[in-house]
Design a protein around this ligand. Structure first.
Ligand SMILES: [Zn+2]
Length: 58
């Protein structure tokens, strides 16, 4: 899996489908967001769509 450098979303694609930014293989940890509107982490990371997100992306 790779992570988007902008929104941190995990994907297999070389370009993030949400924000069209390049993805990186270098990332650490991930969080599963199932309810973005009620998740503190989602709010802090500006996540508005549910899915898996990397905590750190380089
Ligand atoms: Zn993205």
């Amino acid at each position: 899996m790779k992570a988007c450098k902008n929104c941190h979303r995990l994907t297999e694609a070389p370009i993030c489908q949400i924000c069209q930014m390049p993805t990186s293989k270098t990332w650490q940890g991930y969080v599963v967001v199932s309810d973005p509107e009620r998740s503190m982490i989602a709010h802090r990371m500006n996540i508005t769509k549910k899915g898996k997100y990397a905590l750190k992306v380089r």
